[in-house]
Design a protein around this ligand. Structure first.
Ligand code: NDP
Length: 325
């Protein structure tokens, strides 16, 4: 067991955390990134990435994250194979955290980039066919279903937005919801109903995903009527599970303000209510949730942490750094 002292502790190693690390290291803050249970974050469970700028050809999510990590290390980041299990933010800077290795981290600033995880249904076939027809991100993977038959599972804003988005690629989109009314906002429901490319299957639960993981991937969904219990089958090429995301914020409950589980920050900044503690990426963003937006807020967190350590703050009106009061 060791004690690690740093000017910047970054909790989480997705695009937000690694971008904060790159900027923090180049500002000589000698950042430590504690990688967590899923090093590299959500992109490590995707395949093709076509929407991260800078790459003309299709790249792989795990490769992109590996590149970010190597880049962060090249400029001076220390990566720790550890998971923070306890953190104390309430006594101000320096902050203390403990990893499940038993190591202690003492940090002048903390950047929280623990991300979020798509919720899954947990039914047979879902994991086996993940990336082979089953996805949790239409913006990421919808393009691969051009002209094909796709389904979206869920009844909230995300599900309806994903269904609407998919009509850019497919003229046969089915929304599957377990009840007979949607949770999504009225305006989205109106758009859904007005779209001839989308049909809705009400009162249907997905019992399993069918297909061959080693061959052609997903071929159909096995459905069950939640009212009558009747079983049916829906042929699809792609299925998008959109039943919500869960931000990873258990560690911070009671210390930072949370809204629907997400860390609350000062609008337009990565600042939490605790000076020296910043949140970036999906852990504070329930709307955009893209690798590139996460990277952007990671950059902002590092710049704000640097200003904090210099006793400076950005003046929001002028954009200049001013002495903090
Ligand atoms: P929500 O929690 O709002 O909706 C989840 C949906 O999935 C619900 O319809 C729920 O059904 C269904 N569901 C949950 N679990 C299961 C399951 N096991 N089997 C089948 N269906 C299931 O999540 P969203 O991701 O849609 O939204 C999260 C938050 O982000 C919300 O506050 C939303 O408003 C916000 N958001 C806002 C957007 C915007 O403003 N443009 C865009 C996207 C999200 P049921 O209704 O029966 O509970």
């Amino acid at each position: 067991m060791a004690t690690h002292r740093t000017k910047m502790l970054i909790i989480g190693s997705g695009p937000a955390g690694l971008t904060a690390a790159i900027y923090g290291a180049r500002a000589m803050l000698e950042p430590i990134v504690v990688q967590g249970l899923q090093p590299g974050g959500q992109l490590t469970i995707t395949t093709d990435v076509e929407n991260y700028p800078g790459f003309a050809d299709v790249i792989q999510g795990p490769w992109l994250m590996q590149q970010m990590q190597v880049q962060a290390e090249h400029v001076g980041t220390r990566m720790m194979w550890d998971t923070i299990v306890k953190v104390d933010l309430t006594n101000g800077s320096p902050f203390r955290a403990v990893g499940d290795s038993g190591d202690e981290y003492i940090a002048d600033t903390v950047v929280i980039s623990t991300g979020a995880q798509a919720k899954w249904l947990g039914v047979p076939g879902e994991m086996e066919l993940n990336g082979k027809g089953v996805s949790a991100c239409a913006t990421c993977d919808g393009f691969f279903y051009r002209g094909k038959k796709v389904a979206v599972i869920g009844g909230g804003n995300t599900a309806v937005e994903e269904a609407l988005y998919l009509t850019n690629h497919s003229d046969d989109v089915t929304l599957i919801h377990r009840r007979d009314s949607l949770r999504a906002e009225r305006i989205l429901q109106d758009r859904l109903q007005a779209n001839p490319r989308i049909s809705v299957l009400w009162n249907k639960a997905v019992d399993s995903f069918g297909g061959d993981p080693a061959g052609g991937g997903l071929t159909h969904l096995n459905l069950r009527d939640t009212v009558t219990g009747e079983a049916s089958e829906l042929r699809v090429d792609g299925a998008f599970v959109a039943i919500g995301h869960a931000p990873s914020t258990e560690l911070f409950a009671g210390q930072l303000e949370l809204q629907d589980g997400y860390i609350v920050v000062e609008p337009g900044t990565p600042r939490t209510a605790i000076p020296g503690v910043f949140a970036c990426g999906d852990v504070m963003d329930h709307i955009y949730r893209q690798a590139v937006t996460a990277a952007g807020t990671g950059c902002m967190a590092a710049l704000d942490a640097e200003r904090f350590l210099q006793g400076l703050e950005f003046d929001r009106e002028t954009g200049h750094a001013e002495a903090a009061e």
